[in-house]
Design a protein around this ligand. Structure first.
Ligand code: 1CP
Length: 351
């Protein structure tokens, strides 16, 4: 198996940096758009055969180093007895804002949580037969709560922040339930075959350092502790959270995925060589075409040393991204190994 990603997450040396792309199984792919003409997003998610097909689309087109299972962060939420619609992002018709609403949530068994996603994982594992590792994922408790409380993705999630201030105990109970949900969901994914997992705590950045540390960090810590017992490495992603970096990187994740606002050289410098970092090209750079993408990718590779670095974007790839930009990014990452081996080959000749 191409185990560059897994070896990097274990802190081992690799012949080159691994590369995968957040939201790589999505709307920038013509073959995905073609399938979406025939099926809604919900239909794709409900059919493991189709979800597996979409998971494999980017792997069949590009030499990427991991497949991420096609699902949404809200996929496990229906197991709580909550109906989620997509337009195109998640929409909850009756947002949760009271103690009674939180206490009325179902407490699902592991088997009841997103069984179609688990079936998708099993199909993907079989079809890949070891070509690349499969990444599972879940939403972080705060990011799942963001949609449940706010009702949909809204800039800065004011209703969520209001609940955090007004009814911190209600929020805490919700975060505890979501942490339990994500823990069981990831356990199901690992039992179905995923090789590593990522926690998408996308909306953590809307809180101050002190509120995040008090309200959210303990739940993430619990989730990471539970994941730690599953025997697969775990990456934690936070977005627009530069102010939380110092706190974030004390958590027990194996890898830390940061967005493009973060200076990678500075972060590597401040954390030392041991921590595994993932990121962080600005997804918008890919819209500027292959030359701009190559330049930015080369700069990123110069900014931090290869060991302990997983190349990725700073957030999901944008729907308008040209295929040539993805190819350019891959070209730069792959050519680093050729440069390294040329150097070692010529060094060998001299001896
Ligand atoms: O085809 C379509 O129009 C549906 C769009 C779509 C897709 C392709 C949504 C709705 N979700 C997804 C898939 C998805 N979502 C994946 C699968 C793997 C992949 O695409 O490679 C993953 C990992 C996610 C994760 C996700 N969904 C996050 C965390 C990562 C991130 O981008 O920050 C979040 C915040 C969501 C919410 C969501 N779901 C969909 C959209 C458009 C959004 C974001 C916008 C919003 O909040 O309204």
């Amino acid at each position: 198996m191409n185990d560059l990603l897994l070896r990097t997450l274990r802190g081992q040396d690799t012949e080159r940096r691994p590369l995968w792309i957040m939201r790589q199984a999505g709307r920038y792919l013509p073959e995905y758009r073609a399938l979406r003409e025939r099926f809604s997003f919900e239909e794709l998610c409900a059919r493991p055969d189709l979800a597996a097909e979409v998971t494999l689309m980017p792997i069949n087109r590009f030499p990427l180093d991991a497949a991420i299972v096609f699902a949404d962060i809200m996929s496990p939420i229906s197991a709580l007895g909550i109906n989620v619609e997509f337009a195109p992002g998640p929409v909850i018709n009756k947002p949760l804002r009271s103690k009674a609403a939180v206490q009325a949530l179902s407490i699902p068994t592991q088997d009841e949580i997103a069984p179609t996603v688990l079936e998708t994982v099993r199909l993907v594992k079989k079809e890949l037969s070891g070509r690349v590792p499969v990444l599972g994922f879940t939403g972080g408790p705060w990011t799942l709560a963001a949609y449940l409380v706010q009702g949909r993705g809204v800039r800065d999630f004011p209703a969520l922040r209001a609940l955090a201030i007004d009814k911190p105990r209600v929020l805490t109970e919700l975060l505890e339930r979501l942490t339990a949900l994500s823990s069981s969901y990831l356990k199901g994914q690992v039992e179905s075959g995923v090789d590593a997992v990522q926690i998408f705590e996308t909306w953590s950045g809307v809180l101050s350092v002190s509120d995040w540390s008090l309200l959210v960090k303990p739940h993430l810590e619990n989730l990471l502790e539970n994941v730690g017992q599953l025997g697969v490495p775990c990456i934690l992603f936070m977005q627009n959270a530069t102010h939380l970096l110092a706190e974030m990187t004390t958590l027990s994740a194996d890898g830390f995925s940061v967005d493009w606002r973060v200076d990678m050289a500075e972060l590597r410098q401040s954390l030392g060589p041991q921590k595994i970092l993932q990121g962080n090209l600005d997804p918008a750079i890919l819209l500027a075409g292959p030359e701009s993408t190559s330049r930015a990718a080369r700069r990123l590779l110069q900014d931090i040393p290869p060991v302990g670095h997983i190349v990725n974007l700073g957030h999901g790839i944008l729907p308008q991204t040209p295929m040539e930009s993805v190819e350019a990014l891959i070209g730069v990452v792959h050519s680093e190994v050729q440069e390294c081996s040329r150097t070692s080959a010529s060094a060998g000749e001299e001896v």
